[in-house]
Write a protein that binds this ligand. Structure first.
Ligand SMILES: *Cc1c(COP(=O)(O)O)cnc(C)c1O
Length: 401
């Protein structure tokens, strides 16, 4: 599994492999491919995991701790991608808790990007002028250990999550400045076909809402959910876009590729949001392989997130400089379409801030001097446009206090 074909005449097709399924040899194909079977057979307890793999002491303790914070949950599909003998397996690190989750450092928060304080109606976050985030459920197909919303998803943390969809719809009807609604959660694709159709229809009935999108990891965790019936519903509500969430190239199996293909064929433009995670995707090589596989699946890498300051995430976070190095290692070296925007979601709540490598070396009233991806230096004569020699823009007072 780990030595994906790096290229050659069969580049592309050969990079995709089916989930190995070795852990469920006797399950008939039809059941394995049924998303309800996958949900019903999720690994959700210490006993479930121990019956199928050897765990470390740290993982055992982490799983017991997770019951009070963010539940353990892994679909058989995703579990089958774990290399059971590899403690550093990048799939394993994303979904199996370790004891480090119980350690909180001073900078960490339960609501790291300040969503609760930007929420006029339960389940609706209105931070930006023209668009809102609508949290439609608190459940996911599987639980990412670095979840930004671990305070409210999975039901383990004691958060009283009651999205008020009727009030949210009333809010949206009244707020004509909103033109873009992003459905998230939890994972919106866990709603039944009928509920999703009804909700999208209710949003579509609001004339000023132009643009709808869904944020979902289900195409990766549970590709079986992307049925032709679901795709037929989604295509009724265009323009509807989707952001999926893959972090490592091994997640893009043939089943995932085919699910993404069904969404694309239904006219849903696809983006990917990755979270930069230590020991998972914190290298140029891994991110390049991931973004290339995404392009082959017609998915445009959208954001690369600095991991939020979620409680117990220290072991998964990287320095911001790593993200800059990764973008620098991609820009110019590969297709522009393969390069996501690296962002930090401002701690405490200021929204996403783009963080880029610095290419400008100098600028004054006559010219701008910059470097290219190879480090070669160029000059663009730009009289009268640049004012005084460049200084850092005056900083606003530090937010949050
Ligand atoms: C990320 C986010 C959005 C969408 O941001 P885009 O940059 O337009 O993708 C909207 N609202 C909230 C609260 C968000 O966190």
């Amino acid at each position: 599994m780990s030595n994906d074909d790096p290229g050659g005449p069969t580049r592309g097709r050969a990079r995709f492999r089916p989930a190995p399924r070795n852990d469920w040899p006797d399950v008939p194909e039809a059941q394995w491919n049924d998303w309800r079977w996958q949900i019903k057979h999720r690994l959700a307890s210490l006993a479930d995991l121990e019956s199928r793999m050897r765990l470390t002491a740290s993982e055992r303790a982490g799983i017991l701790f997770s019951a009070h914070k963010l539940s353990l949950g892994i679909t058989p599909h995703f579990f089958s991608l774990i290399e059971k003998d590899n403690l550093a397996c990048p799939i394993r690190r994303q979904v199996i808790p370790v004891i480090d989750e119980s350690r909180t450092d001073d900078a960490e928060m339960s609501d790291p990007v300040g969503e609760d304080s930007a929420s006029p109606v339960p389940g609706l976050v209105h931070r930006y002028p023209d668009r809102v985030l609508l949290l439609v459920t608190d459940r996911c197909a599987a639980y990412c250990r670095y979840c930004t919303r671990s305070r409210l998803v999975s039901g383990a943390g004691g958060y009283d999550f009651h999205p008020d969809l009727e009030h949210a719809l009333a809010y949206l009807r009244a707020h004509t400045e909103v033109r873009d609604v992003l459905l998230s959660g939890g994972d919106p694709l866990l709603l039944s076909d009928d509920k999703l159709d009804h909700l999208l229809g209710a949003l579509r009935a609001i004339p000023h809402l132009e643009f709808l999108r869904i944020g979902s990891r289900i195409p990766i965790f549970l590709p079986q959910r992307i049925t032709p019936a679901l795709c037929a519903i989604l295509r009724k509500h265009h323009p509807l876009w989707m952001s999926v969430h893959a972090n490592h190239p091994r997640e893009i199996t043939t089943e995932v590729r085919d699910a993404l293909g069904r969404l694309s064929d239904a006219g849903v433009p696809l983006g990917n949001q990755s979270v930069l995670l230590s020991g998972v995707n914190d290298s140029v090589e891994v991110m390049r392989e991931l973004t290339h596989k995404l392009l082959l699946c017609r998915v445009r890498p959208y954001y690369l997130y600095q991991c939020d300051l979620i409680q117990g995430s220290r072991h998964l976070r990287t320095p911001i400089s790593r993200g800059i190095e990764i973008i620098e290692g991609l820009r110019g070296h590969t297709s522009g379409y393969a390069i996501p925007q690296f962002v930090v979601d401002a701690p405490g709540g200021g929204g996403k801030v783009p963080i880029n490598p610095e290419y400008i070396i100098y600028r004054d009233a006559e010219r701008v001097v910059f470097r290219n991806f190879q480090g070669r230096v160029f000059e663009y004569p730009d009289p009268g446009k640049n004012g005084a020699p460049r200084a850092l823009p005056e900083a606003a007072p530090v937010a949050g206090g």
